[in-house]
Design a protein around this ligand. Structure first.
Ligand code: CNA
Length: 235
């Protein structure tokens, strides 16, 4: 048990959590950059290429083959990290969760204020008429999911080469600038502009919980290189 972390959590009233794929690995969803992450598996194209906007537009069928096989985990359940964050929000000591994840597990745990910088696999829309579809519809469709109007359905996920949603970014900016404690967890801090948002935190309780080292370790006031689910379970 990390006593400093425990003490800071106890004393803070406006905690913000900034997380990434490492928050959900203990729920059985692989991340991108760990040894057993997606980037270390071999495909015809690198994953960064497949989950990019130009690739989606040109090779939609190949995109969906990869996406359905490697990025959708409909049975995954929140772990202790997701649960604890939702509990802190309910207790009035957490302003919100800023996440790069697209799996919806924070909401599944009960979190309300979740800024999903990269969108969500749970939302999908027709590129022609705008009609929304749920994840189940995507899972059950053969090949490229089509709308009843004939249009192609796209996940509401920010692909490489696409812009972040302004409202979501503004919400995240507001939360982080007001935070009295910022906990960063399960992220390699390699994907921009998302990773740049942590620069908005000006306080002196910057905590980093990540299995591997990150480019921001030297900036943090407390660094914990352990599994985040385990760390949060002990809080
Ligand atoms: P990343 O680059 O794959 O980094 C993950 C980091 O988490 C690595 O530094 C790991 O060392 C660390 N890590 C892995 N497991 C744990 C653990 N149990 N406890 C603590 N640390 C751990 O992922 P980022 O989120 O930084 O990269 C951003 C991409 C990944 C975003 O665009 C996401 O959309 C995308 N992604 C999301 C999901 C998801 O929604 N669950 C899954 C895979 C990738």
């Amino acid at each position: 048990m990390n006593e400093t972390l425990k003490q800071w959590v106890k004393e803070s009233r406006r905690i913000v959590f900034f997380g990434g794929a490492g928050v959900s690995t203990e729920s059985g969803i692989p991340d991108f950059r760990s040894q057993d992450g997606l980037y270390n598996m071999k495909y015809k194209y690198p994953p960064e290429t497949i989950i990019s906007h130009p690739f989606f537009m040109r090779n939609t069928a190949e995109f969906y083959r990869f996406y359905k096989d490697k990025m959708l985990f409909p049975d995954a359940q929140p772990n202790a990290a997701h649960m604890k964050l939702a509990q802190w929000e309910a207790e009035g000591k957490l302003l919100g969760v800023v996440t790069q994840n697209i799996d919806g597990l924070h909401q599944a745990a009960g979190s309300k204020k979740v800024y999903e910088l990269h969108g969500s696999v749970l939302r999908n829309y027709c590129m022609h008429c705008g009609k929304f579809y749920d994840l189940d519809y995507i899972m059950k469709s053969d090949g490229v999911p089509k709308c009843e109007c004939g249009g192609t359905i796209k996940p509401d996920v920010v692909l490489y080469g696409e812009n972040l949603d302004n409202d979501v970014v503004n919400g995240a900016v507001n939360a982080i600038s007001q935070a009295d404690m910022l906990i960063i967890g399960g992220t390699s801090l390699a994907v921009y502009p998302a990773a740049g948002l942590i620069d908005l935190y000006r306080g002196n309780r910057l905590v980093l919980v990540n299995l591997s080292t990150t480019p921001q370790d030297s900036r943090a006031d407390l660094v914990i290189h352990e599994r985040i689910g385990q760390v949060f379970a002990e809080l």
